[in-house]
Every structure is written in C-alpha cells, then in structure tokens.
Design a protein around this ligand. Structure first.
Ligand code: ATP
Length: 251
C-alpha cells in the first residue's frame, strides 16, 4: 500500500482531568479525502490543532511526508506543506482577492509585509495567485475587494490562499460553517473538483458534504477513535449510529 502522507500515532491530550484526545492513530493517504466527524466536544478541533502544531499533544507522534513533525511549530509545519484552511482567516478586506492570494504566496516564500511593495509587481507571484484563483473559480472576481465578496466566495478565496502556498495536505476545519444551502453546495462542488489533486483531512458537521467527499471517515467519540472506515462501513456501524449518526436525520 502507498505510504500515508500524514500519520498520527497514539496521540493523547488532556486538559486537567478531561481527556480530549485519547490514543488516536489515523492516517491520510495520497489523494484521499479523510473526514473526521463526531458529536460536539468529541475533540475534532483539538486534534486538527495538534496536527497543525497549535496544540501540543501530551503523548504520541505526528509524521508528515515521512518526517516526525511533533516538535515543530505551526509555521514550520506550514512551510513543509501542512496547510490549515478556514479557521484562522488572514484575509485583508480592503485588498483585492488577487492581492490577498499574492500576499499568501509571498508569505510562503518567506516574504513579509515589508517586502509587499516590490512584490506587488512580481510576475511570478501574480501568476501563482491567478492560477490559485482559477482553481477555485474566482478568476472573474480577482480585482474585487475581499471585504465585499459573498461569504461563499470568501471561503473560496481562503482556499485559494492556501493553494498558493503549495500545500501537500489541506486541513479543512468546518468549511461549511456559516454557509447557506446554495453556497454550501457550491463549496462542496469546489472541494470535489480539487479531490484527487491533493489529500484533505476534512472536519465537518454537514453529513451531506462528508458523504459526498470522503473516501474514508474516522468517527471520534469522547476523544477516541470509534471507527475508521469507508462511508458505507461507518454508516452501517451500530455503535456509531447509536452514539452519533442516529442524531442526524440527513444520514
Ligand atoms: N484549551 C482548552 N482548555 C480546556 N478544555 C478545552 C480546551 N480546548 C478544548 N477543550 C475541551 O475539549 C473538548 C473537545 O473540544 P473540541 O473543540 O476539540 O471538540 P470538537 O469535536 O471540535 O467540538 P465541536 O464539534 O463542538 O467543534 C471540549 O470539552 C472542550 O471544552
């Protein structure tokens, strides 16, 4: 079998007496969408934080692209291509969509605001930005100020900003949060269009989106993995139905 691009080995994390990550092991294979679901408070966001480097696990290891990144901070992991999308928004509302993506591409190069003026006329940055905007269907909105984009377009912009940083993996933290039905459907289509081009770990409450996108699903309950399997296997699992999916009419 192909080596996973990301592997969590026996991760654990407690806050005082509360265990939020309990001996979690899972992997993400090249090209796959692996969804992480579970009831409120199951520990999904904490686990994504541990993967991104924002939360330090008490025990266990995180291997990314064959390397142990457990001790690396968020920016070191991001530079290696472990990109988190949607939660920490860095969109500048007064900048055009293209300039926001150029700024993200500049940050990936190791540049900073101080280098922005010379960089704003940098052809390579512009080309990278335009390619990323094209991938998310925002080319026609490139010159529009980010602050006036519709919510769904802004999500697409955040995705373009992540793509401009040449990620090896996308960590998608509740992409559907706050979107309306039509916007959510468009965003799901967009993620489907990216499926296969790079692996994604998807934390999402919206089951329609999860079942439309995921190759495998891991269910977290009380910080521990209840099951990892295909959508069919997860849907049929009695423990999961009882503990979680039974709450969801949509499934
Ligand atoms: N910094 C912290 N200090 C103490 N407790 C925390 C901290 N962060 C998270 N928790 C607790 O850990 C548990 C798991 O939270 P987490 O946000 O990871 O769950 P979740 O599955 O993402 O939930 P949701 O689906 O509601 O977003 C919750 O009980 C939460 O209150």
């Amino acid at each position: 079998m192909t080596e996973p691009i990301l592997r969590l080995e026996n991760l654990s994390k407690s806050y005082g007496a509360l265990t939020v990550t309990s001996d979690v092991s899972l992997d993400l294979r090249p090209g796959e969408v692996h969804a992480l679901i579970g009831p409120n408070g199951a520990g999904k966001t904490t686990l994504v934080g541990e993967i991104a480097g924002a939360v330090t696990p008490d025990a266990g290891r995180i291997l990314f692209a064959g390397r142990d990144v457990t001790q690396l901070n968020v920016s070191a992991r991001a530079r290696l291509g472990l990109g988190r999308v949607f939660q920490i928004s860095q969109v500048v509302g007064s900048f055009s969509a293209r300039d926001n993506v150029r700024l993200a591409a500049l940050a990936h190069r190791g540049g900073s605001w101080g280098l922005w003026r010379p960089a704003s006329s940098d052809a390579a940055l512009t080309a990278a930005a335009d390619a990323a905007l094209d991938r998310v269907g925002l080319s026609a909105r490139a010159d529009v100020a980010a602050g006036v984009l519709a919510h769904g377009e802004r999500r697409a912009l955040e995705l373009a900003m992540a793509l401009a940083q040449a990620p090896k993996v996308l960590l998608l933290d509740e992409p559907m949060a706050g979107t309306g039905r039509a916007e959510g459907a468009r965003l799901t289509e967009l993620l489907l269009s990216l499926k296969g081009t790079l692996p994604m770990l998807l934390v999402e409450h919206d089951m329609a989106t999860v079942f439309a996108l995921a190759d495998r699903i891991t269910v977290l309950i009380g910080g521990a993995v209840a099951i990892t399997g295909t959508p069919e296997a997860v849907r049929a699992d009695p423990q999961v139905r009882r503990a979680y999916l039974g709450e969801e009419d949509a499934v």
